[in-house]
Design a protein around this ligand. Structure first.
Ligand code: AKG
Ligand code: FE2
Length: 269
């Protein structure tokens, strides 16, 4: 079997939930590699402070009109992106060229959003540090969004004082508007999640195609995630429902993507 067929088979064996294109690779890296990555992440680069999280961007800046104004990835990050590409068989032999680092203090998250149209519709997220849960919600038709949204550039997440999360969506009354996501069009939904995936440290979450294009994804602002039913992700981690996971320390994630349109050398725009 060719290397890329083996990678595709491995992905299919690690598909989670009912959405057709979400995959989870638990322990994609070991604890030594995690500690090394965390020290790389914290020893260099300048963080941009956003509401509730810090951000660093590697590989260049994504420009609406020109695509990726490319800057080289640091060698430690290139080694990781090459491994992700070869072990997943994603991007058909091309390499991801853009990585976002997000650092979340306990109890923070990221509002529901869709990543921008300039990326290949395929994302790999490596989690380090503390667990969290990613919720996918189907986008609503525009006319329904207009009735429910507070306006462009804002969205809804669970309120910070909500301490429990089960695999049910929070009631509308516990929602509050937050700043739009960095990476693309945002909109709010109030329907039940189509899928919730536990992001344990060292795991690699992958989503693409319809999960990328037809869903929003986000992480609730809670200090504890509760799982009432046994689902694929828990089984892959060897966990048994019901169970709760506390977010006691910082979570760092690396969002690995590919921007097909590249402009080399930073331009003055
Ligand atoms: O931190 C995460 O797991 C999610 C990050 C994300 O959705 C993004 O960078 O677009
Ligand atoms: Fe995202």
């Amino acid at each position: 079997m060719s290397e890329s067929n083996a990678a595709k088979d491995k992905l299919e064996a690690n598909r989670v939930g009912k959405l057709p294109s979400v995959y989870l690779l638990p322990d994609f890296i070991d604890e030594i590699a995690e500690a090394r990555l965390l020290s790389q992440v914290h020893s260099r680069g300048r963080w941009k402070q956003l509401s509730g999280r810090r951000l660093q961007e590697y590989g260049g800046t994504v420009h609406q009109k020109h695509g990726l104004l490319q800057a080289p990835l640091p060698s430690w990050m290139r080694a990781l992106t090459e491994r992700v590409a070869s072990e997943t068989g994603l991007w058909n032999g091309a390499l991801p060229n853009h990585v976002l680092l997000n650092a979340y203090p306990p109890g923070s998250g990221i509002m529901s959003h869709q990543d921008g149209p300039l990326y290949d519709p395929c994302v790999c997220i490596l989690s380090l540090g503390c667990p969290a849960t990613m919720h996918f919600k189907r986008k609503q038709p525009l006319h329904q969004q207009q009735q429910q949204q507070p306006g462009p550039g804002s969205g809804f997440v669970s309120s910070p004082d909500q301490t429990l999360r089960s695999r049910q969506h929070s009631p509308e009354s516990s929602c509050q508007p937050v700043q739009a996501a960095e990476t693309g069009a945002e909109s709010a939904t109030h329907i039940n999640p189509a899928l919730s995936v536990l992001l344990m440290p060292r795991s690699l979450l992958i989503f693409r195609h319809s999960a990328y294009e037809e869903c929003l994804h986000g992480i609730d602002e809670v200090v504890q995630d509760h799982f009432s039913h046994q689902e694929d992700d828990l089984t892959l981690y060897g966990l048994q429902a019901p169970c709760s996971l506390h977010r006691k320390s910082e979570r760092v994630s690396l969002t690995i993507r590919r921007v097909p349109r590249v402009r080399r050398g930073l331009l003055r725009l």
